[in-house]
Design a protein around this ligand. Structure first.
Ligand code: NAP
Ligand code: ZN
Ligand code: ZN
Length: 350
């Protein structure tokens, strides 16, 4: 039993925009309600890149990114009731929240009124910086740990902890299902999971990608239709088509063009988090009583629900497993939209 604080290997960005390099970081002692997790796989989310390059501002460096964590419990604090040594578990974007506000009580920790503690690039309740999944171990409160069902292998499960829940939550909230036409904009990490999950929910899915380069993939992931947004004819052909559009695009989009693709009373939900503001002509919403919405990850109960749903439907991420020393190259490839469809670090290589 190692209840003491430890030092573990990790990959960190020493400063904004600097390449990530191997280092060591502290992990706190295993507290009363904590589990110590041996991380097996960590997915690379585009949010890692935004933050490691300080594109959203106020980054805390050195930064160890990684909020798509899959591993195995190797130690439990004395008060832990939900997990035991050997359990296969996941950790997503949050590691704590106030737990007493209305949102926390309702299970919407991602909307904690007092600010949830993010898995990295944040300060915990003791004012210590949090470090993410590009490391070999993490200590997390059991209340922010979820169970990875046996049907999912850890490598393909890791990306579900952010990419999966971020698209599952709005698809459920806006009732994607039979008879509902859903467009997914951007076929990357989030987008490919949106296609799989929306299809499994019974919706009719269309991919709107920059080009037709990934069309075969999109159709085999579960999309019924696939269009290129670089072709102006797409916006004419699909005008007024969709009940729901989920944008996963990491860069600013011409919103007015996409809102034109909604039916009356349709909703466009933005989960992409571009570094620059976007512009909007409000006439795009007025005609057709359309809605433009946003969504961020999901609460802990919904994250467990999503994992169970994905296991039941056999939905893991499409992944390319890399060594830790390939992380900088992987970042460049994500920035070029050259990813099919999630890079996952084998943390044994750290
Ligand atoms: P990703 O794998 O890079 O996928 C983004 C996709 O967007 C690309 O594959 C590309 O798809 C498309 N795209 C990229 N640049 C574009 C441009 N200039 N114009 C049009 N389309 C473009 O990234 P991800 O990990 O899925 O994350 C996507 C975004 O969601 C990021 O901004 C990330 O920070 C954000 N995010 C938000 C949440 C949340 O809680 N709201 C959670 C996780 C991530 P095509 O090649 O098919 O066009
Ligand atoms: Zn993410
Ligand atoms: Zn709260």
């Amino acid at each position: 039993m190692t209840t003491q604080a430890t030092t573990v290997p990790a990959y960190a960005a020493p400063a904004a925009k600097a390449p990530l390099e191997r280092t060591t970081i502290p992990r706190r002692a295993v507290g009363e309600h904590d589990v110590l997790i041996e991380i097996k796989y960590a997915g690379i989310c585009h949010s890692d890149i935004h933050q490691a390059r300080d594109g959203w501002g106020e980054g805390i460096f050195p930064m160890v990114p990684g909020h798509e964590i899959a591993g195995v419990v190797t130690e439990t604090g004395p008060g832990v009731t939900a997990f035991a040594v050997g359990d296969r578990v996941g950790v997503g974007c949050m590691v704590d929240s106030c737990r007493v506000c209305d949102n926390c009580r309702a299970g919407f920790q991602q909307h904690c009124a007092n600010g949830s503690v993010m898995t990295y690039n944040a300060l915990d309740k003791n004012g210590e910086p949090t470090y993410g999944g590009y490391s070999t171990h993490i200590v997390v409160d059991e209340a922010f740990t979820v169970r990875i069902p046996d049907g999912l292998s850890l490598d393909v499960a890791a990306p579900l902890l952010c990419a999966g829940i971020t698209v599952y939550s709005p698809l459920r909230h806006w009732n994607a299902g039979p008879g509902v036409k859903v467009a997914v904009v951007g076929l990357g990490g989030l987008g490919h999971m949106a296609v799989k999950i929306a299809n499994a929910l019974g919706a009719e899915v269309t991919v709107l990608s920059q080009s037709l380069r990934k069309k075969d993939d999109g159709l085999s992931l579960g999309a019924r239709h696939y269009y290129a947004t670089s072709d102006d004819a797409t916006f004419e052909a699909l005008a007024g088509t969709f009940d729901l559009i989920i944008s996963t695009v990491s860069a600013p989009l011409p919103l007015d063009r996409f809102l034109g693709l909604l039916k009356t009373d349709g909703t466009m939900v933005n989960v992409g988090a571009p570094e620059e503001p976007v512009s909007l002509n409000l006439f795009s919403l007025i005609g057709g009583r359309k809605a433009l919405a946003g969504s961020t990850i999901g609460g802990i109960p919904e994250t467990q629900e999503m994992l169970d749903f994905c296991a039941e439907h056999g939905l893991g991420a499409e992944i390319e497993v890399i060594r830790a020393d390939q992380v900088n190259e992987a970042y460049e490839r994500v920035l070029r939209s050259d990813v099919r469809y999630r890079f996952v670090i084998d943390t044994a290589t750290i």
